[in-house]
Design a protein around this ligand. Structure first.
Ligand code: DGY
Length: 327
């Protein structure tokens, strides 16, 4: 049985319905933990989203026949990959197909934070525009400024390419340097996090959530940023300590922030609602119909490949699972 925790867009899911496997789909808003635990027994595949915690308890409840967990997302911090690997369960995700959609949104967030675009829109819609005002919504320039990218994977690279079009200088912080040709193409410089925070006008967070990156941007890090700088988080909420961010924004220690993700998502720190320098989005980084369709195709291909005994196109632990099986 293939268990999909919620209804998902994308015509590709019709392939599962006609694949001969039993196919159980959760409600449009997703399954509660209890629903997940009660529906999962007997599943050979789970199609999950970032809202589902897939840990040892869920794997136990599924029983010994669980072969694949396919996340409909590129991030997979909601899945206990180590535990899955230990049990020989393949974990899959959806890289590449959402890179450009997410990078477009990251850049839109840079512009929105720098120039108060959502706030100005709200102001205008409320009928508050009474005439040109030289002091209205004075923002920060983007052209020719310095962008610091934390997490220079595929999306980080795609954001850097967009930033190059704006004549920006690129700094990045990553576990390892990107290939030399890419560094040369982007004229990007690998720097320690503190240097990136001190020198950047825009700090864009694109790092996966791991034990290393949880709470990576807290009070100390925010205090290193320029007073004119903007922070953009389109990775995972817990990378930023929201209490510290609210204080920094309130006290104008940094200029603005744009957030697509939250520390305790979908809960949002109430302090963020009170700020005039925070742009808040409902986790829509990859939300284009085109990206969703491609995510659906990749997810279905991931699931059916594993169930048919083939290597899936996008797995985070396939090699480890099969090397531990053959050793
Ligand atoms: C992801 O893919 O990880 C996004 O957060 C949702 O598309």
């Amino acid at each position: 049985m293939i268990l999909q925790t919620r209804r998902l867009p994308g015509s590709a899911f019709d392939r599962i319905a006609s694949s001969g496997h039993d196919y159980v789909v959760g409600p449009p808003s997703g399954m509660t933990r209890q629903e997940l635990l009660s529906r999962v027994p007997g599943a050979s595949a789970i199609i999950s989203t970032l809202a589902d915690t897939i840990d040892g308890e869920v794997m136990d409840a599924a029983g010994g026949g669980l072969k694949v967990i396919a996340n409909y997302a590129v991030g997979f911090n909601n899945i206990d990959v180590e535990e899955a690997t230990r049990r020989g369960i393949v974990v899959c995700n959806t890289p590449d197909v959402l890179t450009d959609a997410t990078a477009d949104m990251a850049f839109a967030m840079v512009m929105a934070a720098a120039r108060f675009i959502p706030q100005a829109h709200e102001f205008t819609k409320k009928g508050l525009f009474t005439g040109w005002d030289p002091e209205l919504f004075l923002g920060q320039p983007v052209w020719g400024k310095t962008m610091g990218i934390v997490g220079m994977g595929k999306i980080g690279t795609a954001v850097a390419r967009r930033a190059k079009g704006f004549g920006m200088t690129i700094l990045y912080h990553n576990r390892k340097p990107v290939p030399a040709e890419l560094e040369a193409e982007l004229e990007a410089r690998l720097v320690p996090l503190d240097v990136l925070l001190r020198e950047s006008d825009f700090v864009v967070l694109l790092t996966p959530l791991t034990e290393e990156t949880r709470g990576m941007i807290g009070e100390r890090e925010l205090s290193l940023m320029k007073g004119s700088a903007c922070l953009v988080n389109i990775s995972r909420g817990p990378v930023v300590v929201e209490d510290a961010l609210v204080r920094a924004l309130k006290e104008k220690k940094i200029f603005a922030a744009a957030l697509d993700v939250y520390e305790r998502e979908p809960e949002i720190h109430p302090g963020l609602f009170e700020l005039d320098n925070a742009v808040l989005l409902p986790h829509i980084g990859s939300a284009t119909a085109e990206a969703r369709e491609k995510m659906a195709h990749l997810t279905v291909e991931n699931v059916l490949s594993v169930l048919d005994g083939r290597e899936p196109p996008a797995s985070v632990n396939y090699r480890e699972v099969f090397s531990s099986k053959s050793s």
